[in-house]
Design a protein around this ligand. Structure first.
Ligand code: PLP
Length: 339
């Protein structure tokens, strides 16, 4: 990011953009031409998907079992579309068959799912739902903010129509861009809208002309962030996706073993736990004080619970460069001084 700036239409910069798009396709495991970084954080990716695919009055089935499913519903409402919530308690997965029943009953425009719910540490099964959606002519939109680069995401094989992520989680890049990919079915939907996309800034029919072959100016690309993403994706692919996923899993397993010995408990069923976001119930009478000690004395920041889980769980992130046994050991050593 400290590199001298280039202009957003400089051929040298456009070559970097091409590389970033190619690397994003590899990370998402897709061949979709419209794969690009949206200017903005993960929420901009979420909004770009919803605002391009929905029109006022459309129904959207949304899986809600945490903060980010809630955020999707809030965005759907602001678009003037109708969220149909399929809910599960925070900390649990949403049974795919319940989502499929809602798709059959409501025949919505799209189904929105959060693959890795960062507020609860739950991995949501998406494959069966995406397949059912496709069979019903419903578009699938999947939030991969926390999963991309840390666990399997296979956009093409799973038949996902639109997916988005963020740079600051398992891609180990500063926050500021939202990788996004649109399948042909999503593009067809965009082309057949009756009303213009209500956000000018996030209109993918306009943005796509800058990222495609035309190179038509839409808005100034965040140059330094694109440099950073090129470098971060380079590291991800050099390590290899499978090796990276295995590293996240190994760090997660070491953390679980160490925390169990210290009396921590785990609210998420073992088969649905995210490796990169560990929801745990701490054994401390004052969890807030313990987190403050970790930060003040050891320079380790652990996330607290959100929403109904505030004050009840900790969220320990092992994402990207942080998913190592060394980091886990450092945290466990610090925690041993507190229990
Ligand atoms: C699953 C999920 N979706 C969406 C977002 C929103 O991303 P951002 O905060 O980068 O806008 C986050 C952020 O933590 C997230 O974890």
């Amino acid at each position: 990011m400290a590199e001298p700036l280039l202009g957003h239409l400089d051929p040298a910069f456009l070559a970097i953009l091409d590389r970033v798009q190619g690397r994003l396709r590899q990370a998402f495991r897709t061949v979709h031409p419209l794969t690009l970084p949206i200017s903005g954080t993960g929420s901009a990716g979420m909004e770009a998907c919803l605002v391009n695919l929905l029109e006022p009055g459309d129904a959207a089935v949304i899986g809600v079992n945490g903060a980010f499913g809630e955020r999707m519903c809030a965005m759907v409402e602001r678009i003037g579309a109708r969220p149909v919530r399929v809910e599960a308690p925070w900390g649990e997965t949403i049974p795919p068959e319940r989502v499929v029943v809602a798709l059959e009953r409501h025949r919505p425009r799209l189904v929105g799912l959060v693959h890795a719910e960062t507020s609860t540490g739950v991995a949501q099964p998406v494959v069966e739902i995406a397949a059912a959606a496709r069979a019903l002519g419903v578009l699938s939109v999947v939030d991969c903010v926390t999963s991309l680069g840390g666990m399997e995401v296979k956009v093409d094989e799973w038949g996902i129509d639109a997916a988005y992520s963020g740079t600051q989680k398992c891609l180990s890049c500063p926050p500021g861009l939202a990788p996004l990919t649109f399948a042909p079915a999503a593009l067809e939907r965009l082309a057949s809208r009756k009303t213009p996309v209500s956000s000018w800034y996030l209109d993918l029919s306009l943005i796509g002309r800058y990222f495609g072959t035309e190179r038509v100016y839409h808005h100034t690309a965040p140059i330094s962030m694109i440099f950073a993403l090129e470098a971060a994706l380079g590291e991800v692919l050099e390590e290899g996706l499978e090796a990276r996923f295995a590293r996240h899993l190994a760090a997660h397993r070491a953390l679980v073993a160490g925390l169990e010995a210290l009396g921590f408990r785990f609210p998420v069923a073992v088969e649905h736990r995210l490796p990169m976001l560990n929801a745990v119930i701490p054994p401390f009478p004052d969890e807030k004080l313990a987190r403050k000690e970790l930060l003040d004395r050891f320079g380790i920041e652990v996330g607290g619970g959100l929403g109904p889980l505030a004050g009840r769980i900790w969220r320990i992130g092992l994402m990207g460069t942080n998913a190592t046994l060394d980091v886990v050991d450092r945290l466990l050593a610090a925690l041993r001084t507190l229990v």
